[in-house]
Each structure stands twice: as structure tokens, then as C-alpha cells.
Design a protein around this ligand. Structure first.
Ligand SMILES: CC(C)(COP(=O)(O)OP(=O)(O)OC[C@H]1O[C@@H](n2cnc3c(N)ncnc32)[C@H](O)[C@@H]1OP(=O)(O)O)[C@@H](O)C(=O)NCCC(=O)NCCS
Length: 183
């Protein structure tokens, strides 16, 4: 069943966190593209950065919302009834990690609304859902050159575990953290 959390100081500006719905498709694709360009693209070559187009983002979301991987969730943050960001999470997809490890698949906030707490709220909500399940720890992948995201994650207890892989011609680092207690 869908759960809703209102966070804010007054009803005009309360942030609502809720599961993504099929009719969020266009907003998810738009925010995915804009945040990817603002956060990840500067760490990529121009040719690699150009690979994520509006159409590609829309197709990815169509596939994900139509056929969500088992155990996965996508949480969205709304402010004034407009989508501001999203976080995807679920079981780790890495072969070398055991089934007690969850993964933060994605965390993207509309760049026009960065530094307003949406990323933190989505991060905590996604990880809280994981702690209610069978996961003892979590992993995520982030581009080495994505300085803002690296800073964001490290301030929230994530640490590199030394595993790296190429991603779109750049280097991606795996970060890990325990999931225990209150976030
Ligand atoms: C990384 C990202 C998700 C952060 O989202 P965000 O909404 O800006 O995150 P927050 O606002 O919660 O926090 C960002 C900073 O603003 C600060 N902040 C939060 N609310 C604030 C407020 N009301 N006023 C001023 N600063 C605030 C936070 O303290 C935080 O600083 P810290 O990281 O040093 O702790 C966002 O920059 C993004 O979408 N990046 C592009 C995509 C990406 O790289 N994703 C991660 C890799 S998959």
C-alpha cells in the first residue's frame, strides 16, 4: 500500500514523499535528464554525456515503471504538487555482494531545487525502506568526478569500499554504509 509523508513548516510548502506512479513518467524523465546533465555530465566526455537524451530517459522510465525489478522501490519528493526529485532502491545488483546488501540505485533532484533538503529526505526515505527489510548494509555507485554527489554521500556515512568500474568512459566508485538504527 502506498505511504505518504508530509515534511515541512506549513501546508503551502510541505514536502510530500510517496511511491512513484505511472503518471510520473514525464517528470521522472525530465528530472533524470536535468540532474544527470548538471551532476554527472561534467565528469564525462561530451560524447558520453550526450548519450542520455529525453527520449532515452523516457524509455528507461517506461520500462522501469512497467516492469519494476523485484524488491525495488522508487520514492518521489513533491513540493507544491510538483515533482522535485526521486530515489530508487532495491536489492544490490552486484554479483560479489550477498543478499543482505541493498542498493541505492538512483538519487536525482531537479537542479533548480538543489540545497533545499529534497536529496536528504529522499536518501533517508529510500534507506529507511531498506532497513525495514532484510538488508544489513547498502551500496551505491557514483562517478569519481561527481564532486557534489561524492560530498553529499560521504557526509551521510558512505565510504568507498575500493571497488571501481568504468562507466561511460569515466571511473565509478562503489560506496558502502551500514543500515542500522535511525537514519
Ligand atoms: C546529490 C543531490 C541528489 C543532492 O540533492 P539536494 O536536494 O541538493 O540535497 P540536499 O538539499 O538535501 O543537500 C545538499 C546540501 O545542501 C544543504 N542543504 C539542505 N537543505 C538546505 C537549506 N534549506 N538551505 C541551505 N542548504 C541546505 C545540505 O546540508 C547539503 O549539504 P551537505 O551535502 O554538505 O550535507 C543532487 O545534487 C543531484 O541530484 N545531483 C545530480 C544527480 C547525482 O549526481 N546523483 C547522485 C549520483 S547517482
Amino acid at each position: 500500500m502506498a505511504s505518504f509523508t508530509a515534511v515541512g513548516v506549513n501546508s503551502a510548502s510541505a514536502r510530500v514523499l510517496r511511491p512513484a506512479r505511472g503518471d510520473d513518467l514525464e517528470d521522472l524523465a525530465r528530472i533524470n535528464l536535468a540532474a544527470f546533465r548538471a551532476g554527472n555530465a561534467p565528469a564525462l566526455s561530451a560524447a558520453a554525456a550526450a548519450q542520455l537524451t529525453t527520449e532515452a530517459a523516457r524509455l528507461q522510465w517506461q520500462e522501469f515503471l512497467g516492469h519494476p525489478p523485484p524488491g525495488s522501490t522508487v520514492t518521489v519528493a513533491e513540493l507544491d504538487s510538483r515533482l522535485r526529485g526521486f530515489a530508487g532502491a532495491g536489492p544490490s545488483r552486484d554479483d560479489d555482494l550477498d543478499p543482505t546488501v541493498g542498493e541505492l540505485y538512483s538519487l536525482y533532484v531537479d537542479p533548480d531545487f538543489w540545497a533545499q533538503g529534497h536529496g536528504s529526505a529522499l536518501h533517508d526515505a529510500a534507506l529507511s525502506q531498506r532497513t525495514r527489510g532484510e538488508f544489513a548494509s547498502a551500496a551505491l555507485w557514483v562517478l569519481e568526478g561527481n564532486a557534489r554527489a561524492q560530498r553529499f554521500y560521504r557526509a551521510r556515512g558512505w565510504k568507498p569500499d575500493g571497488t571501481q568500474r568504468p562507466f561511460m568512459g569515466a571511473n565509478s566508485l562503489r560506496l558502502r554504509r551500514l543500515l542500522s538504527g535511525e537514519l
